[in-house]
Design a protein around this ligand. Sequence first.
Ligand SMILES: NC(=O)c1ccc[n+]([C@@H]2O[C@H](COP(=O)([O-])OP(=O)(O)OC[C@H]3O[C@@H](n4cnc5c(N)ncnc54)[C@H](OP(=O)(O)O)[C@@H]3O)[C@@H](O)[C@H]2O)c1
Length: 251
Amino acid sequence: MTESELYHSLLLLMFILCPIVAFLLFYIKAPYGRYVQRSWGAGITVRSGWIVMEMVALLSFDAAFLTGTPDLVAWIFFILWNIHYGYRGLIYPLRLPNQTKQIPVLIVASGTLFNMINGYLNGRFLSVFGAGYSLDWLTTIPFLLGIALFFTGFLTNVQSDTILLSLRRADKSAYQIPRGFLFNYVSCPNYLGEVVEWFGWAMATWSLPGLAFALFTAANLMPRAYSHHHWYQQTFQEYPKDRKAIVPFIF
Ligand SMILES: NC(=O)c1ccc[n+]([C@@H]2O[C@H](COP(=O)([O-])OP(=O)(O)OC[C@H]3O[C@@H](n4cnc5c(N)ncnc54)[C@H](OP(=O)(O)O)[C@@H]3O)[C@@H](O)[C@H]2O)c1
């Protein structure tokens, strides 16, 4: 099999997985965080789980990118990817309080495999399989809008994480109703930010691996947002009635 055949097969697999993952996750809650269950097998600390899963995305992207021949514009995307995964793979786990709670090895292994493939596809598109970008791309609407969405999503995600982590640090096991910022509108603004961010990436890079990743992120996080929302409503009688799951005023 040539590398091109491998790349295109993995890309196709990503698109096929999106509806399957969305369907499954509406019925099975991914067993970490508030849904963790011993029946999913051995676990490791949440902090090491996040570092392993997410640093793989950074390393596989960087390896795929740096062993190709990226143009000048592609380096902008290299920086964006490294900002996101530097945050998610290092800063976010280090901000987590030390917890006894664990994350199943199975979840870490599947997240690691996904991130390895996804990092490879996005890095390789930018440095080998994509058509390349001229400098004119920097003044196009998809690039400018995509970059704006990327940073809006990223900052929304980081700010929402900050609010949740301050609740988690205040009490290492109990859950509280998060308030303030976009929590006034939705239960999971961290997931909303993540989805917006990767649609911004897809638009700015104008790439199929970017689109596959954005769709996968939505397929993964929208059902989880729905589960969290339902869980909050069941757990707290005083939970705000007008709050939606992930899309303000709609869903
Ligand atoms: N790109 C993707 O496909 C993808 C996939 C998964 C996650 N992510 C990102 O990774 C980040 C973490 O995801 P996650 O699924 O772990 O998010 P989460 O379920 O919202 O939990 C985030 C952290 O906040 C704590 N927390 C959540 N709600 C709380 C509450 N009401 N009171 C007190 N503490 C609370 C959690 O503690 P517990 O662990 O004790 O619940 C955990 O430490 C998010 O920013 C998400 O966008 C991205």
